[in-house]
Design a protein around this ligand. Structure first.
Ligand code: BMA
Length: 857
């Protein structure tokens, strides 16, 4: 039996006398905020004003009443699912245990410390900053670029100490469930389920470890419940373990959402009960999906592959990177999680990468992705810095962390790959003098971590790090092997078309920053702060020179705006164009390139960043556009000065019969010419549908006022559409569009009909009250064309307000500031800033292919 200790606690700064109300799970910042003792750390420049919190020690206490029956239990454990981080745990003022790893569940044997009646549990958390500083004095880790020096010493999400998108707000507290476990007779400690797929059968081997305190044999039952159909039950006798086999005929396989026609993917429940005299003593259920997922890294004609294969079907991965969803993770509840996973589904993603500077994600997130059909790539929690694995205690600590998280997550259908770390190898050139650290990076990620994983999971693929190559520090930056992180665009100021030169096997990171939604900005800045160089906007931009880089890239396509707020629109449409162009390029080269995961899906606070959805859940342009460029069946255009090549992309495991057409249109007169044909695209392949010569098109029309639109239709229903123009928007004669809308209330949604008198580029439909997404946004409208989009009724808006507060905006609504020469000089100034220029020089060269042995380690 478990007795929860969640709920009301008391807390105080260690040197204070007065105990204050606290909530568990939670943290010191949230408790202080609730009491009004600190201002909102996300507002203005408050982040620095509340830094003192991280420098103090904090203690939490709660009383616990134990009755005679409980006290006589065979075993009594205090279980803490997350203690963040360095802490001592006392019961009735006696030390019962220590916490030193936020990525680990602790279970302390407390039977001998509890007394009948009232007991006091007290947890004292020591300042994470002071801890790291002290450790760093004893053993110097190399300098850090993200956050404080020395953070590798503490097993806590590294981004708590600041990142190039995150604030420095390292919390302390009991961050997940805490409970007392009263054990009698027996408990199931662990369940492992192995799947063997052959023909139309899946064999499940179910193993359980029993902590049997009864001293005698017990009955067990293994119950497997399919999503549809009859339960299979196996029974027997057990002492300290169970090993049972269940064969499933005609299994319903688990697929990613893009390969499935179901909204909820089929899941099987595997329940193990241990009984005595027909009474259940303990039971544990695991929800699994029947599937095989492998990572094919075989040598091939291009080098060595990097391709996920699901139930034998090669996948093109379309996804994004996931960071901790809130600086104070307890605020991220199930509803917000669902909202985020829905955003990934909206954007046709089949994988998210859980990045290594944060958490091993929650059971809830894994379960939701199981259901949604989204794969998860789980980094181990090491990022961008080498770690002191040579310290015995540290190594033992992380081995325990590995065992716990592998056992916790291995049964999930969504788990696709274990990845050792984020970018440590790639950055190790920065620590040439830290030999010991570099040696141990290789030892740990190439020789220690995988065997530790294999003790508990021999089914899930492992890569030592991301990006990875062939072996330690060999090939991690090459296109022909492993995965790549491509940052030449953005960090390296290379032109946005640069990606087209990169035929990477798998791009697991690349990205482009933009401003968050105006509703988000209003929550952290006042109108007088509305400038990219104001104190507040600099505080809400963590990437060096980030705000200026946005300006730099915007000016390549658009005239710089007069109004600050137009930077929101311009940065977002530039971001979406950049990511769309790269992803489509890699999708067109499927087989050689097998994945595109942009950096990053979400934010942990309101900030200018690479996210496609801001902290408060507003979709940026990229979140909308991803829905199109990630759609499993979609149209894509490869354009150059000479040619326009129209592709149809099919990532479905079935042949698709569609109509494809292209039209040449004039910005004012509309469609001038159309050609259409029926085409069958074989399963999992791409086809070139049309190859157009720009010279030919130019004979009939002025390219400065025309474009080409490609459309994919299924029974006259438009399923995908793409526009291409012949120059950057700032060089074209785009007529000022007159946009109109009519809004109708239908059952649970608004239906909005939009129209434009002439070609309207990148139409934004904005709600000034609701965060809920529209069904589509940031699209082009042809002259006279109308389009209907919808938005779910938002109960947080006043009646009528949601429809009223919809505004329309497009490219020609941006009022330019100054002259083109002024824009050019602004760009040149940003480019020539030493930090930018040096980065540009560094990223200019495209790495040559790896030429050594392709046997990956
Ligand atoms: C990647 C990530 C992060 C970082 C991002 C943006 O390299 O792994 O460390 O936040 O780039 O710079």
């Amino acid at each position: 039996m478990n007795k929860s200790l969640n709920g009301s606690w008391q807390f105080k700064e260690v040197n204070e006398n007065d105990w204050l109300n606290a909530t568990v799970p939670g943290c010191n910042y949230l408790d202080l905020l609730k009491l009004g003792l600190i201002p909102d750390p996300f507002d203005g420049i408050n982040e620095t004003n509340v830094y003192w919190v991280a420098l103090k020690d904090w203690e939490y206490k709660k009383s616990l009443t134990v009755n005679a029956a409980e006290l006589s239990s065979d075993n009594i454990n205090l279980v803490c699912e997350m203690l963040d981080t360095i802490c001592d745990i006392f019961i009735n003022d006696t030390l019962v245990g220590k916490g030193e790893n936020a990525h680990l569940k602790y279970s302390f044997d407390v039977k001998s410390f509890l007394k009948l009646g009232e007991n006091t549990i007290r947890v004292v958390f020591y300042s994470p900053v002071r801890y790291v500083e002290k450790k760093q004095e004893e053993e110097k880790c190399p300098r850090n670029w993200n956050g404080l020096d020395g953070i590798p010493h503490i097993r806590k999400p590294q981004c708590h100490f600041g990142w190039d998108w995150g604030p420095v707000l390292p919390p302390s507290g009991i961050s997940r469930n805490i409970y007392v476990e009263f054990l009698n007779m027996a408990k199931i400690d662990d369940i492992l389920i192995k799947q063997t797929h052959s023909g139309d059968k899946v064999t499940l081997d179910v193993f359980a470890v029993i902590n049997n305190l009864s001293g005698s044999a017990l009955d067990f039952e293994v119950k497997v419940s399919p999503p549809n159909g009859d339960m299979i039950i196996k029974t027997g006798k057990c002492e300290n373990s169970i090993s049972e086999t269940v064969v499933i005929d005609n299994p319903e396989l688990w697929w990613t959402n893009d390969l499935s026609d179901k909204i909820n993917q089929p899941l099987y429940s595997v329940l193990v009960n241990i009984n005595r005299d027909e009474e259940i003593i303990d039971g544990t259920e695991k929800i699994i999906g029947l599937r095989t997922i492998t990572l094919n890294r075989e040598k091939d004609q291009y080098g060595s592959n990097f391709q996920f294969i699901l139930n034998g079907v090669p996948l093109f991965i379309k996804g994004a990177n996931w960071i901790p969803a809130d600086s104070f993770i307890n605020r991220f509840d199930e509803e917000k999680l669902k909202y985020s996973i829905d955003a990934a589904l909206f954007s046709n993603m089949n994988m998210l990468r859980v990045w290594g500077g944060g958490y091993y994600e929650s059971d809830e997130m894994y379960s939701m992705c199981d259901k949604a059909g989204i794969l998860l790539w789980q980094d181990f929690c090491y990022a961008c810095q080498p770690y002191p694995f040579f310290e015995e205690e540290f190594l033992e600590n992380v081995k325990r962390e590995t065992a716990y998280n592998v056992k916790r997550l291995r049964h999930h259908a969504s788990l696709a790959v274990w990845c050792g770390n984020n970018e440590i190898e790639a950055l190790s050139a920065a620590w040439p003098l830290s030999k010991k650290y570099i040696e141990w990076t290789e030892k740990f990620f190439y020789h220690i971590l995988e065997p530790e994983i294999r003790k508990f999971d021999d089914a899930t693929a492992y890569i030592p790090g991301s990006p990875c190559g062939v072996s330690h520090k060999a090939g991690f930056d090459k296109d022909n092997v492993g995965d790549t992180h491509l940052w030449a665009v953005w960090h390296g100021l290379q032109p946005m078309e640069y990606y087209r030169k990169r035929l990477t096997r798998f791009c697991s990171e690349f990205g482009f920053e933009s401003l968050p939604d105006i509703k988000t900005i209003e929550r952290f800045a006042k109108p007088e702060d509305y400038s990219l160089t104001s104190k507040v906007f600099k505080a809400h931009q963590k990437c060096m020179s980030g705000n200026m880089k946005m300006v730099y890239y915007i000016a390549t396509r658009f005239r710089l705006p007069k109004q600050f707020v137009d930077f929101i629109y311009l940065s977002q449409v530039t971001q979406q164009e950049c990511v769309a162009d790269a992803t489509e390029h890699w999708r067109r080269n499927k087989g050689r390139c097998n994945g595109s995961m942009y950096w990053q899906l979400n934010d942990c606070w309101p900030v200018c960043s690479w996210a496609s959805m801001d902290y408060y859940g507003n979709y940026k342009a990229l979140q909308y556009t991803s829905r199109h460029f990630n759609a499993p069946v979609s149209v894509s255009i490869e354009n150059s000065k000479e040619k326009i090549t129209i592709f149809v992309l099919n990532d479905k495991n079935e042949d698709i019969k569609t109509n494809i057409r292209y039209s040449v249109f004039d910005f004012k007169k509309g469609i001038l010419k159309t050609e259409e044909k029926e085409i069958v695209i074989k399963a999992l392949t791409n086809e070139i549908a049309f190859d157009l010569q720009v010279k030919e098109i130019a004979k009939a029309i002025n390219l400065k006022q025309a474009g080409v639109i490609a459309e994919l239709l299924n029974d006259n229903n438009l399923i995908s559409r793409k526009t291409v123009l012949f120059s950057k928007e700032k060089n074209l004669k785009l007529p000022k569009a007159l946009l109109s809308k009519s809004v109708k209330l239908e059952a649970d949604k608004l239906s909005i009909t939009l129209k434009s008198d002439c070609f309207a580029r990148l139409v934004r439909v904005e709600s000034l009250c609701s965060t809920l997404p529209f069904s589509d946004n940031y699209f082009d409208l042809l002259p006279g064309e109308s389009k209907i989009i919808t938005q779910t009724i938002d109960k947080t808006c006043k009646p009528g307000e949601q429809a009223e507060k919809i505004t329309l905006f497009c490219c020609t609504d941006v009022e330019a500031k100054g002259s083109s020469v002024g824009d050019f000089l602004t760009r040149a100034g940003i480019f020539l800033k030493p930090v930018n220029f040096v980065s540009w020089m560094y990223h200019r060269k495209i790495p040559k292919d790896y030429e050594g042995d392709f046997q990956t380690q």
